[in-house]
Design a protein around this ligand. Sequence first.
Ligand code: SF4
Length: 110
Amino acid sequence: MSQHDQNDEGRRRFLKVAAGGVAAATILGTLPRMAQAADLPHLSPSDPTAAALKYTEDGSKAMGKKAPNDACMNCNFYQGKAGAAWGPCQLFPGKVVASKGWCASHAVMI
Ligand code: SF4
């Protein structure tokens, strides 16, 4: 085996180990987030940021909506699962919002 072949073999081994490490880190990084979503506290409408954005858990009564069916569940910032009553929102990390809720930052999904 030539020096060139040995270098190629070493590179291949390095890339396999690196790819495996990235895959493991991705899986390990995702699992805690999935487990946490169900355990996160509900965002309180009296939270200062939530209050400033007029967040309500019942979006059907919210004033200022652009469309009658606007709600967290169809907002671009909502990260909850379809059909779930609560889910994470990118604007309120560490909390979950009501899927039927609404706030003034509602953004229509593209
Ligand atoms: S940004 Fe969207 S998902 Fe978050 S609270 Fe406001 S309406 Fe709900």
